[in-house]
Write a protein that binds this ligand. Structure first.
Ligand code: GRF
Length: 214
């Protein structure tokens, strides 16, 4: 019997170190995630995430948002994602804000992973160690990771999945970041598996579900 073909085509957008991309790529290669990374796209020509993608032989598309008319990078990106017949776009440490018409075209098909329990510690400027710094300054006992739908409202799209992690006394933002990464990766992989298995349908709703009626 031949192996079932990958059922989910992913576009992964990156700007940084790429540990999320590596976790995804590893899971795909090991057969733990029945998906394909059809395109890795980045606003950086040569960040470690892009380097990993090239080394791994993945299709890579880089662009320069400062060149060309405003928004032209999003048009070009959208076209490349379409060419690769991408089903779902994963923001994996992508540091650009996406706008309409990109978000209209990919409505319900863009997700982000954020290293806190949104709506806490999200929004403009909240990325990387700043998030963990804010968690520690707020003396949170618990933090975690959130997978959410990307909408025009930064870090405010509907929450799809969350995982919790207890904050340890005296730990630094760096230590918290290191402990949270595997939790976040596992959460993302579990969410994507639920899409592959058909438990979660695409496109995702970009609106919060109505509260249960009394
Ligand atoms: C992750 O912590 C994710 O929550 C955030 O950016 C980070 C990406 O890290 N959106 P990496 O580049 O995948 O290592």
């Amino acid at each position: 019997m031949s192996a079932r073909p990958p059922s989910l085509r992913l576009g992964v957008l990156v700007s940084g170190t790429g540990s999320t991309l590596q976790a995804l790529d590893g899971a795909v290669r090991e057969g733990r995630l029945r998906a394909e990374i059809s395109l890795v796209a980045s606003d950086r020509q040569d960040c470690p995430a892009v380097q990993h993608a090239r080394d791994a032989g993945l299709a890579v598309f880089t662009f320069s948002p400062k060149e060309g008319p405003p928004g032209s990078w999003e048009t070009a990106l959208s076209r490349r994602l379409e060419e690769e017949r991408v089903d779902l776009v994963v923001l994996a440490g992508f540091l650009r804000v996406l706008h309409d018409p990109f978000l209209v075209r990919w409505k319900g098909r863009v997700i982000n992973t954020h290293p806190s329990l949104l709506p806490k510690h999200g929004g403009p400027g909240m990325y990387g160690l700043r998030v963990h710094q804010a968690v520690l300054e707020a003396r949170e006992k618990e933090t975690g990771a959130t997978i959410h739908v990307v909408t025009a409202d930064l870090d405010r799209g509907p929450v799809l999945a969350q995982a919790n992690l207890a904050v340890r006394a005296g730990e630094t933002p760096q230590e918290l970041s290191v402990r949270l990464k595997p939790v976040e990766h596992e959460l993302l992989l579990r969410f994507l598996a639920s899409v592959v298995d058909g438990h979660v349908a695409l496109p995702l709703s970009d609106r919060e579900p109505d509260p249960p009626s009394p």
